[in-house]
Design a protein around this ligand. Structure first.
Ligand SMILES: N[C@@H](CCC(=O)N[C@@H](CS)C(=O)NCC(=O)O)C(=O)O
Length: 322
């Protein structure tokens, strides 16, 4: 997959390195401005990004779990009419994430043919990986952020005065607990599946895979006691966990060899995942068919023939009983 140096696209693969130990490491995002209600700077980056209806746009792909968090937050915060989206095709090419000319995967904002074109449109020359999600300011023609963790936090707070009423996903009194879960879940579960799937030695794979299931077990235990990770209301921690759960049995279990247990085998985690799936607005952010296309796309190392499995069959609409 390509990257960009000083605003110029380069098809060469630098990207996420596999270290000598066989461990796979995700490189960091680089554009980290914040939308705030009054345009004052957020915790990082520059100011000038005030919350306004219709001003911002998200570039996403259905199969990307990091983009999925932003779509979930957009849904939970009732921002669908305020923030528009462009959805890239599930299979990346030598141009990285690309769009179709027409239909569901065409790019409505500027008619772009690839996500790297939005990075080169930014007035500040960009250097780095060309990832989704990207939060874009249509007014200034600038990238606000390409870090999903920041994007979901700003979407939670910045639009409260102009969007319909919605629940606070990060209430102050629960923030430290939310951050604690976020840290654990990111390392061992969200990124854990990739560390297992992209490991290049037996040892690195086993370390990541065992750690993943150990942490899923811990989450299951928590969900035996509380409806959501942090008490009885959904929070940002649940929003960050759900994209991995949604992809688990259909993709990670098989494509990334995360097969000690299935999500379906968990007593609490599986009904909890269905509970979130059955919440208004969530099913519209989920595309199991696309997950399979993306995770089983042709890959020399993982799936050389690019054959997509027919199953499994999973009933996400089964009553959750929680
Ligand atoms: N830290 C970023 C990571 C996003 C990310 O890694 N996205 C993947 C897709 S799931 C991507 O676009 N990769 C393209 C590449 O690395 O070239 C975030 O969470 O926003």
């Amino acid at each position: 997959m390509g990257h960009m140096i000083e605003g110029k696209y380069d098809t060469a693969d630098d990207v996420s390195a596999t270290m000598a130990s066989g461990e796979w490491e995700r490189s960091r995002s680089v554009v980290r401005n914040w939308i705030t209600h009054d345009g004052k700077p957020g915790p990082t980056g520059e100011g000038g990004f005030a919350a306004e209806a219709g001003r911002y746009h998200l570039f996403v792909a259905w199969n990307c779990p990091w983009a999925h968090r932003t779509l979930l937050t957009r849904a939970f915060k009732k921002l669908e009419k305020l923030i528009s989206i462009s959805v890239a095709l599930p299979n990346r090419t030598d141009q990285g994430w690309v769009f179709d000319k027409t239909g569901e995967f065409s790019e409505p904002l500027y008619g772009l043919s690839a996500v790297h074109e939005i990075y080169s449109r930014d007035r500040q020359p960009y250097t780095g990986r060309l990832t989704v999600p990207v939060l874009w300011d249509k007014q200034q023609q600038r990238m606000v952020s390409n870090e999903s963790a920041d994007i979901i936090r700003m979407l939670n707070s910045a639009f409260v005065d102009i969007a319909p009423a919605s629940a606070d996903l990060c209430p102050a009194e629960k923030l430290s607990k939310i951050d604690e879960w976020n840290g654990q879940i990111y390392k061992t579960i969200n990124n854990g599946v990739y560390r297992a799937g992209f490991a290049s030695t037996q040892k690195a794979y086993e370390r990541a895979a065992f750690e993943l299931f150990d942490n899923l077990d811990q989450v299951d235990e928590q969900l035996s006691k509380t409806r959501f990770l942090v008490g009885d209301k959904i929070s940002e921690a649940d929003i960050r966990l759900f994209p991995t759960l949604a992809r688990f049995d259909v993709a990670y279990h098989y494509a990334f060899k995360c097969n000690l247990r299935r999500l379906m085998d968990y007593q609490y985690l599986w009904p909890y995942a269905r509970q979130i799936y059955q919440t208004k607005g969530v099913a519209e952010t989920v595309r199991f068919d696309i997950y399979k296309k993306g995770y089983f796309s042709k890959s020399e190392k993982r799936n050389p023939l690019g054959i997509i499995p027919i199953g499994p069959t999973i009933d996400w609409l089964e009553p959750h009983g929680r």
